[in-house]
Design a protein around this ligand. Structure first.
Ligand SMILES: Nc1ncnc2c1ncn2[C@@H]1O[C@H](COP(=O)(O)OP(=O)(O)OP(=O)(O)O)[C@@H](O)[C@H]1O
Length: 240
């Protein structure tokens, strides 16, 4: 790839936990404003890939460039300050703080203020004085996403953002993701098991199999390939 500078370049990444290797030979790049879907079976290494970008795994080989800087050896805090944000699978909101306090607690200057997040999620606006532990799973997911936004990252990493949510809530979260990524142009990497659904949202996709890249290309190319989709449908749900 030549031309526009990349927001993120991952070159020859090998990483795991301690001496154990989970990812091997992982290469990809993401331009500013682009979105990438990461698909694959349980245990393929999807979460490990996100954690490696966050500095939470043992990096065994390779280089990570973020906004032109070599972040390979940066600790997690430095990556966060540089603009790598994430919404963990377990949501991890502050349970004893109100919705608004959760948003205001971490906010940094930028387009996404707590007020704008409440506009994105009207449900949260209604619940702004409710404590985190009074929220349903779906509301907690919206809050976790909103809180990550108030940090105004340059790249947002999402780990299974619709996992375990009721269909009507999935629709609300997907609509918010479309606005964040498609309309507002934030760059993102989204791990999801629902191939059809996530490929409609993202520009590019990669499929991990046993820690290696088995497919890398445009999301439209992956979703138009019946053999790949059949392979992936065994992983997630047929309906989306
Ligand atoms: N903290 C850890 N310590 C050691 N091994 C781990 C740890 N976390 C994950 N693994 C191992 O790394 C491999 C990849 O796990 P990972 O969670 O990245 O997969 P995944 O594709 O995200 O799967 P899932 O869809 O189930 O979340 C698995 O074999 C898993 O057992």
């Amino acid at each position: 790839m030549t031309g526009a500078p990349m927001l993120l370049s991952v070159n020859g990444l090998a990483a795991g936990y301690g001496a154990g290797r989970v990812l091997d030979g992982v290469d990809f790049a993401l331009a500013p404003g682009q979105t990438l879907a990461v698909l694959g079976r349980n245990g393929a290494g999807k979460t490990t890939l996100l954690k490696s970008l966050l500095g939470l795994t043992q990096l065994q080989a390779g280089h990570l460039l973020f906004a032109g800087q070599d972040m390979t050896r940066w600790p997690p805090e430095r990556r966060a300050i540089a603009g790598v944000g994430w919404v963990p699978q377990e949501r991890a909101i502050f349970r004893s703080l109100t919705v608004f306090e959760n948003l205001a607690a971490v906010a940094r200057p930028g387009a996404w203020t707590p007020a704008r997040v409440l506009e994105l999620f009207p449900k949260l606006a209604v619940l702004r004085h409710h404590k985190g532990d009074q929220l349903s799973g779906g509301e907690q997911q919206m809050l976790a996403l909103g809180r990550a936004l108030t940090l105004n990252p340059r790249l947002l990493l999402l780990d299974e953002p619709t996992e375990g949510l009721a269909p009507v809530i999935v629709e609300e979260v997907m609509a918010a993701l479309r606005r964040i990524f498609t309309e507002e142009g934030m760059a993102g990497i989204i791990v999801d098991q629902h191939a059809q659904r996530i490929l409609r949202l993202t520009d590019t996709a990669l499929v991990l199999e046993r820690g290696r890249i088995a497919f890398s290309g445009p999301s439209t190319a992956l979703s138009a390939d019946p053999l790949w989709m059949e392979r992936l449908l065994g992983v997630g749900q047929a309906a989306s």
